[in-house]
Design a protein around this ligand. Structure first.
Ligand SMILES: C[S@@+](CC[C@H](N)C(=O)[O-])C[C@H]1O[C@@H](n2cnc3c(N)ncnc32)[C@H](O)[C@@H]1O
Length: 279
């Protein structure tokens, strides 16, 4: 049983969290029962700061009284830290697999589940381009946050972030520069959106919505950290059904779900890069 959690002087008890999530479920039909309570409490406290509210009951009242408040609230709750070319070892491995594992000429189908503001989607676009991959490719990018996906579609990132992204990219392609893929204006970087012209963005809740099928590669990185083990197990089964035979399932470095992976369904293709293959 979780106890009260204090961050920056604000404490949230189990009862407060439950009354808040029950109110949201009743009013908006959003189910938080799969979310890991400790990380949910941290995120609620973060939202309290952002919306300048002093306590959970103020948030509770705002959610009940102001019907449209749920949208900015959910954007804050599900906000995702992401980065371009995060975990270079993964992207190097994917570059190799694209020529080795996915040779042929059938259309490649990729799903970015929990794509956030699109850094992973642009990264994959660059990897496809630079690996000389000749098959046609299509991708689906989904998230629970519409606000994040609006940023993704525009490809508009704070210029300060690009320094870190460029450093990551250098590990992937030493001697080159990410700058060739964006222009800078008024403190913002504008990505070359032709990198994602094969991508369709769609709102999708991994816990409640049906899963799209027939994918060759599914990325679900740094999303399952929010979910409890029961939800993770259910997600693994659904991702398995969504993959084509031999398809790849890629999770985040800190998702820490290895003991939950059913070896009769997935074999470990690359442990360092956290790539699994449908058996
Ligand atoms: C930390 S970001 C990960 C972004 C990207 N996959 C990466 O690793 O760079 C987590 C994303 O998961 C999304 N998310 C959280 N709960 C979700 C759910 N139930 N269904 C779909 N997306 C969800 C959040 O909105 C957020 O954009």
């Amino acid at each position: 049983m979780e106890t009260g959690q204090t961050v920056d002087g604000i404490t949230i008890s189990d009862e407060e969290l439950k009354s808040l999530t029950d109110a949201i479920q009743q009013r908006h039909g959003i189910d938080f029962s799969c979310y890991e309570p400790k990380s949910l409490k941290r995120r609620v406290i973060r939202a309290l700061h952002i919306f300048r509210l002093g306590a959970v009951h103020e948030l509770w009242i705002k959610i009940l009284k102001d019907h449209s408040f749920i949208y900015p609230f959910m954007d804050e709750i599900s906000v995702g830290l992401t980065s371009m070319f995060r975990d270079p070892v993964l992207w190097k491995k994917i570059r190799f697999l694209l020529s080795d594992h996915f040779a042929g000429n059938k259309e490649l189908s990729v799903w970015h589940a929990g794509c956030s503001t699109g850094e992973e989607v642009y990264t994959m676009g660059i990897v496809l381009k630079e690996s000389g991959f000749t098959r046609p490719a299509k991708a689906l990018a989904t998230d629970i946050s519409n606000q994040a996906m609006t940023t993704a579609k525009k490809g508009e990132f704070n210029e300060m972030k690009m320094e870190e992204y460029d450093k990551n990219y250098l590990h992937f392609n030493p001697g080159s520069t990410l700058k060739k893929y964006y222009s800078v204006r008024d403190g913002f970087s504008f990505m070359d959106t032709s990198l994602i012209q094969h991508v369709t963005f769609k709102h999708h809740n991994l816990i409640t919505d049906p899963f799209p099928k027939n994918h060759d590669i599914i990325f679900c990185r740094n999303v399952m950290i929010y979910f409890d083990n029961r939800a993770k197990l259910a997600l693994f089964d659904k991702f398995y059904d969504s993959l084509n035979p031999g398809g790849l399932f890629i999770i985040g470095f800190y998702d820490a779900v290895l003991p939950l992976v059913d070896p009769t369904k997935f074999r470990v293709l690359d442990l360092d890069a956290k790539i699994f293959q449908k058996q």
